[in-house]
Design a protein around this ligand. Structure first.
Ligand code: PEP
Ligand code: MG
Length: 597
């Protein structure tokens, strides 16, 4: 039995055989059934044929333009393609190890490199670059358009635990909870979109489990403990029994919580607090309604893309989804955030080398509204679909990652233009409200200026915290520094509320911070009375709010404002609100372990 620590990002415990997915490595290793060996061999052969015909064409072109000498390079690459150490070797690996073609090809290449590393001849050693070029071509021909991850899911013969080095949200969105029992991945943190998705799917998950993929082979028996934040390899039968008992208790207490009546949440002194739902998939509407959500406060529309390029998702298809959402949530409003994606996702290459580049550049690049304004056609297509769907319910548009008034103006002009287009066909209703996500510090500090042109605001604490504290939310190594109770975060939120108030603009909060009960009370004390959170978190949050008065939470927030550290602030909350100690969800929104022992 080996224990690998990580971050508890989605509660619960699950166990089963591992399905392994390696994304950071150009190839993913997945075990295949005997019946699929022929299929993988066929893929290798077709990739070889495609590569050969591409190389012949390149050879002819270069020979014509630059002469036979230079072209001979590609003649050599054609010969390498048939080297016994590459494709034929990869074929044998597929047959003997029962693995996918990509993985076999990479192993063959590794072995090839190992042989050449020992060769004294410098010329031969340098040919390694050419071989890498040939292997790269074969890889591309093996998996056009980064569909590999989806195949891991499609190929599963039985429910499994997904163990990955990296888990792209577009991939996580395609997980079927009936087949994936739990998830463990090496990167990420609680606010990583794949972690948020795991929670909304109710799948136990551990992020930041360093090097977990090094210890696990496809089929290894693993246990994912999303409460403790641990991956256990080959757990003992006693541990599995303990986990089974814990799962039983959780199911019983979930039944109790969800039996509560919905309706408006009033604090003990009668102030109304509104709870809406954050969702990523249309199917979650039912969970939102069942939890008593008074609308959708955040629909992360980019999950609809499911790995497709942004312009491959046409207006009709989008309109259908938005309309469905609006109708199913009626009479409540549905707030749809325009695509919050980066360049790699926009071009449908989330699992590719380009995505590798996007990740390396971090979260501050060309993404969200910046990208939409540069892809005006795709942006207006989404806005037209939204304007049309607006006839069937109360749709609001939410713009992600706005950092200046100029950006907001440009985006509003696009909304006007799209609405006019739709009106011309006689389909649009009154203009849709346009809101701004407050998740970039520059927006937080200029809310008064943005308020002149925005209809509402929604504070996205996941990004706001990452940018205020300079903590990449996708980087598990700094997850401990992602601190929602940091005094700077309280100050910035207080400032947003102050700046928005004179204009009478509504300010909701849709980040994960509100799923922490202590933070929820603090936010209430700072003046936030509208929250959007995952449907599963709503019943308990509503219940908590009913037990406090605005006076108490305001006083606690005022005192917290003078405290120097988040530890002091957490201690203050614990002292002022003893009920938090017995609350089913502890700090970070995960269950207190003692509640399940
Ligand atoms: C946020 O940044 O807080 C937010 C809600 O948006 P996302 O998590 O999708 O970035
Ligand atoms: Mg965000």
């Amino acid at each position: 039995m080996t224990r690998i620590p990580g971050l508890p990002v989605s509660p619960g415990v699950a166990w089963g055989p591992a399905a392994l997915m390696l994304q950071r490595h150009p190839a993913m290793r997945c075990g295949i059934a005997a019946a699929n060996v022929e299929r993988e061999l066929g893929r290798l052969d077709r990739a070889r044929e495609a590569s050969a015909s591409q190389l012949r064409a390149i050879y002819a072109r270069v020979a014509q333009r630059a002469g036979a000498d230079l072209a001979s390079l590609f003649e050599a690459q054609l010969l390498m393609l048939d080297d016994a150490l590459l494709v034929p070797r990869a074929r044998r690996i597929v047959e003997s190890d029962r693995v996918n073609a990509e993985w076999a090809l990479d192993r063959a290449f590794d072995q090839f490199c190992a042989v050449f590393a020992d060769v004294g001849d410098e010329y031969l050693r340098e040919r390694r670059g050419d071989v890498a070029d040939v292997v790269g071509r074969l890889r591309r021909n093996l998996r056009p358009a980064a569909s590999g991850g989806v195949r891991v899911l499609a190929d599963l013969a039985a429910p499994a635990i997904l163990v990955a080095d990296e888990l792209a949200p577009s991939f996580a969105a395609q997980i079927d909870p009936a087949m994936i029992l739990g998830v463990a991945f090496e990167t990420g943190s609680r606010t990583h979109h794949s972690a948020i998705l795991a929670r909304s799917l109710g799948i136990p998950a551990v992020a930041g489990a360093a090097l977990v993929t090094m210890h696990i082979r496809p089929g290894t028996f693993v246990l994912v403990d999303g409460d403790a934040g641990e991956v256990v390899i080959d757990p003992t039968p006693e541990l599995v029994e303990e986990a089974r008992a814990r799962r039983g208790k959780r199911a019983a207490s979930a039944g109790l919580t969800h039996g509560q009546p919905a309706g408006p949440a009033l604090t003990a002194d009668g102030v109304a607090v509104r709870f809406q739902a954050n969702i990523e998939r249309l199917e979650e509407v039912e969970a939102a309604r069942a939890a008593g959500a008074e609308g959708i406060g955040l629909f992360r529309s980019e999950f609809l893309l499911g790995g497709r390029a942004v312009d491959a998702f046409d207006e009709e298809a989008q309109y259908g989804v938005y309309r469905d959402l609006a109708e199913r949530m009626a009479p409540h409003p549905v707030t749809i955030r325009t695509f919050d994606i980066d360049e790699a996702q926009a071009s449908g290459r989330a699992g590719s080398e380009q995505a590798e580049g996007s990740r390396a550049r971090g979260p501050m690049g060309l993404r969200a509204i910046r990208l939409s304004l540069g892809h005006r056609e795709a942006f207006e297509m989404q806005l037209r679909a939204l304007a049309r769907a607006g006839r069937h319910g109360a749709i609001r548009v939410l713009l992600p990652f706005v950092s200046s008034v100029d950006e907001l103006r440009e985006a509003r002009a696009a909304v006007r233009s799209a609405t006019r287009d739709v009106e011309r066909t006689g389909q649009a209703e009154a203009a849709m409200p346009v809101g701004v996500m407050i998740e970039v510090p520059s927006a937080a500090l200029t809310v008064d200026l943005l308020a002149a042109e925005a209809d509402f605001f929604s504070i996205g604490t996941n990004d706001l915290i990452q940018f205020c504290l300079a903590v990449d939310r996708a980087d598990g190594r700094v997850a401990g520094l992602f601190d929602p109770l940091h005094p700077a975060i309280l100050r910035v939120i207080r400032q947003v509320i102050r700046l928005a108030r004179p204009r009478g603009r509504q300010v909701a909060l849709c980040g994960e911070m509100a799923a922490d009960p202590g933070a929820l009370l603090l936010l209430l004390g700072l003046g936030v009375t509208e929250f959007s959170m995952s449907p599963a978190a709503i019943p308990e949050a509503r219940d908590l709010v009913r037990r406090v008065t605005m006076g108490e939470v305001r006083r606690a927030a005022a005192r917290a404002g003078s405290l120097p550290t988040s530890t002091d602030i957490a201690a203050l909350l614990a002292a002022r609100f003893p009920a938090l100690a017995s609350w089913p969800l502890g700090r970070d929104g995960r269950p207190h372990m003692e509640g399940h022992s």
